[in-house]
Write a protein that binds this ligand. Sequence first.
Ligand SMILES: *[C@@H]1O[C@H](CO)[C@@H](O)[C@H](O)[C@H]1NC(C)=O
Ligand SMILES: *[C@@H]1O[C@H](CO)[C@@H](O)[C@H](O)[C@H]1NC(C)=O
Ligand SMILES: *[C@@H]1O[C@H](CO)[C@@H](O)[C@H](O)[C@H]1NC(C)=O
Ligand SMILES: *[C@@H]1O[C@H](CO)[C@@H](O)[C@H](O)[C@H]1NC(C)=O
Ligand SMILES: CC(=O)N[C@H]1CO[C@H](CO)[C@@H](O)[C@@H]1O
Length: 549
Amino acid sequence: MHSLLTHSFVYSLCSLSAFGVKIPFSVHPSSPIDHTTTHVARQSSSNGSVPVGNTQNAFYYTNITLGSRAISVMLDTGSSDLWVTGSVPGAQDTGKSLTLSYAVGNAAGDIYTAPFQFDGYSVDNQAFLLVANTSTFSTNIHAEGYDGLIGLGPNSGSSIYKKLSGDSGNNAFNRVFQQNPSSSNDYITLMLNRKGDPGSQITGQFTISEVVPGFENITQQPQLAVEKVYEVTDEDQHWQILTDKNDGIIGPDGQPIQVSSIVPKAPDGQLVAVLDSGFTLPQVPRSMSDAIYGRVQGAEWSTSSQAWLVPCGQLINVTFNFGGVSYPIHPLDVSSSDFGVTFSNGNPACLGTFQPISSAFSLLGEYDMILGMAFLRNTYTLINFGNLVQGGSNSNNPYVQLLSLTNEAAAVQDFIQVRTNGQNLINSAQYALLPASQEQHSPESAAEKKAQYEEEVLSRWPYILAGCLVFVILLVSYCVWRCCCRRKRLAKKKAAQQKAGILPGGNNNGPYAPLQDSQSTATLVMQPMRGSTIDFKEEHGKDVFARSP
Ligand SMILES: *[C@@H]1O[C@H](CO)[C@@H](O)[C@H](O)[C@H]1NC(C)=O
Ligand SMILES: *[C@@H]1O[C@H](CO)[C@@H](O)[C@H](O)[C@H]1NC(C)=O
Ligand SMILES: *[C@@H]1O[C@H](CO)[C@@H](O)[C@H](O)[C@H]1NC(C)=O
Ligand SMILES: *[C@@H]1O[C@H](CO)[C@@H](O)[C@H](O)[C@H]1NC(C)=O
Ligand SMILES: CC(=O)N[C@H]1CO[C@H](CO)[C@@H](O)[C@@H]1O
């Protein structure tokens, strides 16, 4: 499978395992910038954009210079570390080693530092992981056009940053932005081209703190706030935004696809979408993938690809809405001919690129979907890092701006030219959608059901914990109150009895009975609380760990 998955959920689980022993709130020590080792210089006021290479619409990469060696690295907005293979001249070993997990395999080795240059910016002593052994990679990354990966995510998600002390492990873009004279310009932009599209004028480009000429009005697009994840998992912060309320995704029949969010704090009717250039295939909720492809005549679920297969001539319309703006997806991106897949009868098929999310499932309920390359080819994307630049001076919230690159009418013409030899068959009976009642559904595995269940509980642990505490406090208060009332009442009664000359009876009404009652209630209360929090975490923590690679 062409999906390079930055196993963010592995990190979530790591932080999760710490719940039992640590106070579950992370603290950001504000470490001062070490000016002796950090040197960032802008070499010209405007250095244009850098070209982005593309292998089979599945990998996008660019050249960086590390220790005087030019290295092609994959551009990954979904992770935050820099790693390369091969040798880096003049690199200094920090003596610290690290393993990063990806779907293609583990990137393991020592953390080194070397001078880094990119787009006219240079940084001394940039920390990176030198991967010594690529034998665990399932693919030959060099043949796919790259020899490493540069994470464009927030510094808080960097494993190298966490491994080295202070600022010395900051990721390359954090280093660049930390000393940017104009912190309001702490942004990157990304434009991905589409191979096999005769109508496209787009070339792959990447910029820092400036916009590709001709696309200036991206800065006029709505500023989509980056959704912050729970403090406790902020190392899992991604560039994630909310879809529009109730009509975030318009399906092939022109109707909104209604799916409820698994993110506890997502507003009603909205979904949390991560923009991740490291994923070839966008990962969406299973019911959404089914709504996109399940009504196509002849659609077939592929167990080996874990994706839908559809006839290549089938034009499928999908549109995303963000900030009140529509972003249509090019039909050449909704189903892809790049994978050489076939139906079970051997006939050629196209792959449904909006794949049901399963391995990339957000266990802590941090996001609903991951919009990878097949989505990102349709938008020119600007990411403003804002206050997620550590050690920077920008106090603004981070945001994303998207400029649509896909014209629906032109896209339909491209599709007809490429997929049906110029013959317009869009309205022919063979390509009509099946009625909603005949929609096919892809199978959900037992493991997936279990993960869904775990997510339901794990993502809501702060509420469950708070609920238990409130319950205990209320119950204890109630018992104390009852006890006081009873004592008062008894005291009154006793006083009245004494006044009337009657001696205390010494049976059921003894003063110790109520106290024993309240004691036994308190013991009962403590047990469910212990059971529901600590035991639960241990049990499920173990279970989920067993699944991580
Ligand atoms: C990277 O540099 C090599 C060597 O100069 C060049 O052939 C290649 O096209 C460059 N790649 C990109 C994406 O610019
Ligand atoms: C690389 O890793 C694999 C698997 O862990 C191991 O079998 C192999 O010996 C290693 N190769 C080198 C050169 O270290
Ligand atoms: C962007 O600017 C062009 C002209 O340069 C204009 O035609 C287009 O409508 C603008 N798009 C948006 C979304 O503002
Ligand atoms: C998809 O959208 C295009 C452009 O709006 C339209 O011409 C076409 O009829 C739509 N196709 C389907 C199958 O709905
Ligand atoms: C397009 C452009 O201006 N490129 C320059 C970026 O910065 C480097 C380093 O200063 C120059 O070598 C490039 O010519």
